[in-house]
Design a protein around this ligand. Structure first.
Ligand SMILES: CC(C)(COP(=O)(O)OP(=O)(O)OC[C@H]1O[C@@H](n2cnc3c(N)ncnc32)[C@H](O)[C@@H]1OP(=O)(O)O)[C@@H](O)C(=O)NCCC(=O)NCCS
Length: 152
């Protein structure tokens, strides 16, 4: 089968149903459907990427007073390592700039090296650490959140 060119779409509340399996597969402590829906509209901006008529990843950003925060980014596990995470991050940065952001922030688990590499390669640097911020995905203890920033 010939693949169609991946396309971006704004996330609407009615899309959350099809995005929840990606969210659940990507995170040890995933957002609930209600949390996801509460991050659509208003100060939030978000898009998903469609490949062959199927959603394979998404990002959710928040814009407040000249600064944007990456709230969530995921790529369906079978599609990871194919460049979609980078495409989503670049799209988020483009939208953040369009909205007027001069700075962008995010938080990432200290153990999440794949995501950290993605961010570092796009110019993010560590500016702070929240010690023992996340419950560990291993089921016991806590792990640090690394706070990263880039300027646009
Ligand atoms: C983080 C995530 C979005 C990356 O998506 P992806 O489609 O796999 O990433 P890409 O294929 O676009 O890779 C982009 C860059 O990320 C880094 N990267 C991706 N996977 C990596 C891995 N397993 N190990 C190290 N670096 C990795 C690399 O720097 C890579 O660039 P390169 O290919 O030029 O070396 C994806 O792994 C994911 O959904 N993870 C689960 C959810 C998550 O952790 N989200 C981030 C929360 S802060």
């Amino acid at each position: 089968m010939t693949s169609t060119i991946p396309s971006f779409h704004t996330i609407e509340p009615s899309d959350v149903n099809q995005l929840m399996p990606i969210e659940n597969a990507c995170h040890g402590a995933p957002w609930s459907e209600n949390t996801f829906k509460s991050c659509i509209g208003g100060r939030y901006f978000s898009q998903y990427i469609n490949k062959d008529n199927k959603a394979i990843g998404f990002y959710v950003g928040e814009y407040v007073a000249g600064e944007a925060t990456l709230m969530n980014i995921c790529v369906e596990p079978s599609q990871q390592g194919n460049g979609f995470g980078k495409v989503l991050l670049l799209q988020f940065l483009t939208e953040a700039k369009k909205q007027g952001s001069s700075k962008v922030f995010l938080e990432v688990r200290a153990s999440n090296f794949a995501a950290q590499m993605l961010y570092i390669n796009q110019g993010f640097t560590e500016i702070d650490r929240r010690i023992a911020y996340y419950p560990s995905v291993k089921g016991f203890g806590y792990e640090d959140a690394i706070v990263m920033q880039t300027k646009l």
